[in-house]
Design a protein around this ligand. Structure first.
Ligand code: FAD
Ligand code: NAD
Length: 328
């Protein structure tokens, strides 16, 4: 049996790398600090139904990703989302239909990453704090001081600011990764027992604290009970209000939402706020993935490319490609 490869992070990038390496016959072991896979594609299970608080949908442009999406769709893991799409600019709301295909996991975004995880070996609720190399192999230490290993190679698939701390074995790699900064996003979910009187199902927003909003039940496979909405604040607003109490975030974004829709928006029957500290890269890169191949340390994530689900998948593929190329 070959010595396994450790993959830290089971978001789309880590899962993508894991699949490519496993398909090449290598053993992999995933680690994630969360209780499940998916990272920023995770969905929150609430009494009002499952809510996609992170990635809202994704598009596929690269031909390899288009092919992967086609297969996932054939497996029934995702479906096309065709919302009544609007845009709001300078307080003016207008229909903004287009021909872009957009996909969502069904019945929730995280269903896709759960399917991709399948039966790959994974350890959850395990925050890795240290990655070090012994004479021949790599070892990981988690936040409880427990060590894991040996591993032949390590793939770090976490947001750039969280990756830096895991790269002390490769200072040059660490300093390249440290140059990739990421922006926060406040996400708020509001659920109403009585549906809001608006035709809007998705909206790109400018000139507002908000940057995006989506009506949950317009997505395929979602429960239709409550009328639930997910609102995303812009990164600028989120940065300025990073430490605002959750109740105040909910209220300010609810007001922005009501102003934007121009219809009565009562107090929500259910509300929650989630702060994504590392939601999106501040700037795009064309790195694909980063590596110190001689050491056997690889880094990937959406921030290596486009800051989108597609970018995360492509980056994981690239990390795996480089690892396999070096191992050949
Ligand atoms: P992540 O999903 O962040 O995965 C990293 C994983 O590493 C996480 O599971 C985390 O728990 C784990 N981890 C971190 N540190 C450690 C550690 N020390 N030890 C163990 N585990 C660790 N993209 C789109 O294409 N369309 C959208 O509409 C869209 N909307 C978005 C809205 C929001 C609010 C956010 C936050 C993101 C959105 N994105 C969207 C971006 C998309 O979600 C990401 O590009 C993609 O999910 C990133 O995948 P990843 O694997 O690179 O990182
Ligand atoms: P996309 O092609 O639907 O959107 C790309 C961008 O084009 C949008 O952000 C929007 O500004 C604009 N746009 C597209 N269609 C529009 C329309 N009909 N009317 C008005 N504007 C329109 O999808 P993509 O390229 O896959 O991008 C993914 C989405 O993920 C983007 O909306 C991006 O902002 C979002 N995202 C959000 C975060 C976050 O943290 N909030 C992080 C990463 C990505």
């Amino acid at each position: 049996m070959n010595t396994p490869i450790a993959i830290i992070g089971s978001g789309m990038a880590g899962l993508s790398a894991a699949h490519a390496l496993a398909a090449a016959g290598l053993n992999v072991q995933l680690f994630d600090k969360s209780r499940g896979s998916g990272g920023r594609m995770s969905s929150k299970r609430c009494d009002v139904g499952d809510l996609d608080l992170g990635a809202q949908y994704f598009t596929a442009r690269d031909r390899h990703f288009v092919e992967a999406v086609r297969q996932w769709q054939e497996n029934g893991w995702l479906a096309e989302w065709k919302p009544a799409l609007y845009q709001s600019q300078g307080g003016q709301l207008s229909l903004s239909p287009d021909t872009q295909q957009r996909f969502v996991g069904v019945p929730r975004m995280s269903a896709l990453t759960r399917q991709l995880l399948g039966d790959l070996p994974a350890t959850f609720a395990c925050r890795i704090t240290e990655v070090f190399r012994g004479e021949r192999h790599w070892h990981l230490v988690d936040a409880d001081g427990q060590s894991h290993g040996p591993f032949s190679k390590v793939v770090v698939a976490v947001p750039a600011p969280q990756a830096v701390a895991l790269l002390s074995a490769a200072p040059k790699l660490a300093s390249a990764v440290a140059s990739a900064t990421m922006e926060p996003v406040w996400a708020v979910a509001l659920s109403f027992a009585r549906a809001l009187d608006t035709p809007v199902e998705g909206c790109f927003v400018q000139d507002s604290p908000l940057d995006w909003l989506a009506r949950n039940r317009s997505k395929p496979g979602r429960a239709v009970g409550m009328d639930s909405w997910v609102l995303h604040a812009s990164s600028a607003w989120s940065r300025q209000h990073l430490d605002l109490p959750r109740e105040a975030v909910i209220e300010q974004l609810r007001c922005a939402f009501a102003e934007l829709l121009g219809c009565a928006v009562p107090e929500a029957d259910f509300a929650l706020a989630h702060r994504w500290l590392y939601a999106r890269p501040a700037q795009g890169h064309q790195w694909g993935a980063l590596a110190d191949a001689d050491l056997g340390l690889y880094v990937c994530g959406d921030w290596c490319l486009s800051g989108r689900v597609e970018g995360a998948w492509l980056s994981g593929q690239e990390a795996a490609r480089r690892l396999l190329e070096h191992a050949a």
